[in-house]
Write a protein that binds this ligand. Structure first.
Ligand SMILES: Cc1cc2nc3c(=O)[nH]c(=O)nc-3n(C[C@H](O)[C@H](O)[C@H](O)COP(=O)(O)O)c2cc1C
Length: 314
C-alpha cells in the first residue's frame, strides 16, 4: 500500500476514534515545525540542530537496512530523511564550533549520510553487519553479571533525607553521562540535563515534604526536553524518564540515593527555566534529588507479578 494512502487511513482512524488533539499535536510538530525549520535552519538552537540531525540520521540509517534501491527507483526508501540530513549538514558548515564539540556525533551522522549514497546506488546492498549466533561483539565481551544488576535494581529505593555531604564532580559527570546514554525516541536526543549543586550548611526547613527535599538535596538533576522536536505527544516525557532511571541506578551503585520529583505543570516552568538558564523551548519534566542517604528508607513492597504483569506466547 502506498505510504500516503496508509497515512490517510491512519488519520481517518484517529479522527473516527476522536483523537483530534493528537492529530493537531502531530501536525503542529511534524508539518508546521518541520516546514519552519527547513526554511529557517539558522533559527535553530545548536541543540535543536543536532537533535534534528540525529533523528534524520537514525531514520536514514534504518532505511539502509532494507534491500537497496535499484536505478529504476528514483525515490528510494528514506529519501526525505536523507534530503533533510543534507540540508541540516549544510547548516552545520556555518557553525564550525559544533565540529569541535560534537565531533563524535557528527562523524556518525556523516558516515550514515555517505552510506545512504552507496546504498541507493548499489542494487541488493543491505547495510546490516550480521553476526554468527555464537559470536560475541567486542562491546559485549566483558559482561555484567545479570544477577548483580538485578540486585541493584531491586535494592534501589527513594531516600528523602540526605547527609549534608558534597558529591564528587567526577561522580556527577558520570551520572550525567548515564542519563545521556539512555535510549531516546527516534534518536532525537532531546533530553537536556542540568545539575544544581547545593552547598551546606543550609537554612533548616520543617517536615519532610517536597520543599524540604528540594532545599536539602546535595544535588538536583533537572531533566528537560524540547517537546517541539517530537511529534509523539508522550515521547519527551518517556525520554526524560529513561534518562532518570539510568541516573538513579548508577547513583545507587555509588552508594548514593535519589528521589524523583515530578515537575512539569507542578512548577512554574518559566521561572525555573530562568533560574537554570534554559532556553524557552525546553520543558522540565522531572527533578532527581541525589545525595548520600541520611536515612535507611524502607522500600515500599511491590504488588505481585500476577497483579501487574502478563505473559503472551505466540
Ligand atoms: C515520576 C515520579 C514522580 C515522583 N514525585 C515524587 C514527589 O514529588 N515527592 C516524593 O517524595 N517522591 C516522589 N516520587 C518517588 C515515589 O514516591 C517513589 O518512587 C515510590 O514511592 C516508590 O518508592 P521507591 O522509589 O523507594 O521504590 C516520584 C517518583 C516518580 C517516578
Amino acid at each position: 500500500m502506498a505510504p500516503r494512502f496508509q497515512l490517510a487511513l491512519y488519520f481517518a482512524w484517529r479522527f473516527c476514534t476522536k483523537q483530534w488533539f493528537d492529530i493537531l499535536y502531530w501536525s503542529k510538530a511534524r508539518v508546521l515545525h518541520s516546514l519552519m525549520r527547513l526554511r529557517n535552519p539558522e533559527r535553530l538552537t545548536d541543540h535543536q540542530l543536532m537533535s534534528l540531525l540525529s533523528w534524520h540520521a537514525h531514520q536514514t540509517e534504518k532505511a539502509t537496512k532494507h534491500r537497496s534501491a535499484t536505478a529504476s527507483n528514483a525515490r528510494p526508501r528514506g529519501f526525505r530523511h536523507f534530503d533533510a540530513l543534507t540540508h541540516y549538514l549544510r547548516e552545520i558548515e556555518s557553525r564550525p564550533h559544533l565540529d569541535a564539540s560534537e565531533g563524535e556525533a557528527l562523524t556518525w551522522i556523516r558516515s550514515v549520510h555517505a552510506e545512504y549514497d552507496v546504498w541507493r546506488k548499489t542494487p541488493d546492498h543491505i547495510n546490516i553487519k550480521t553476526i554468527a549466533p555464537s559470536a560475541v561483539s567486542p562491546e559485549h565481551s566483558t559482561t555484567i553479571a545479570p544477577d548483580a544488576l538485578h540486585h541493584l535494581i531491586r535494592r534501589r529505593t527513594s531516600a528523602r533525607v540526605w547527609q549534608p555531604r558534597d558529591i564528587d564532580d567526577a561522580i556527577l559527570t558520570q551520572l550525567i553521562d548515564a542519563g545521556l546514554q539512555a535510549p531516546s525516541s527516534c534518536n532525537r536526543q532531546g533530553v537536556v540535563i542540568t545539575v544544581l549543586k547545593q552547598s551546606f550548611p543550609r537554612e533548616q526547613k520543617e517536615g519532610v515534604n517536597n520543599p524540604f527535599m528540594l532545599n536539602n538535596a546535595p544535588s538536583i538533576f533537572y531533566i528537560a526536553a524540547d517537546p517541539s522536536l517530537y511529534p509523539e505527544r508522550q515521547a519527551p516525557a518517556l525520554d526524560a524518564g529513561m534518562a532518570a532511571q539510568n541516573i538513579l541506578l548508577l547513583a545507587e551503585s555509588h552508594g548514593l540515593s535519589g528521589c524523583a520529583m515530578y515537575h512539569s505543570e507542578s512548577f512554574n516552568q518559566k521561572q525555573l527555566r530562568q533560574r537554570l538558564n534554559l532556553t524557552s523551548n525546553l520543558y522540565i519534566y522531572v527533578a532527581l534529588l541525589v545525595g548520600y542517604p541520611g536515612e535507611f528508607p524502607i522500600k515500599p513492597r511491590r504488588m505481585s507479578h500476577q497483579m501487574r504483569s502478563r505473559w503472551i506466547r505466540e
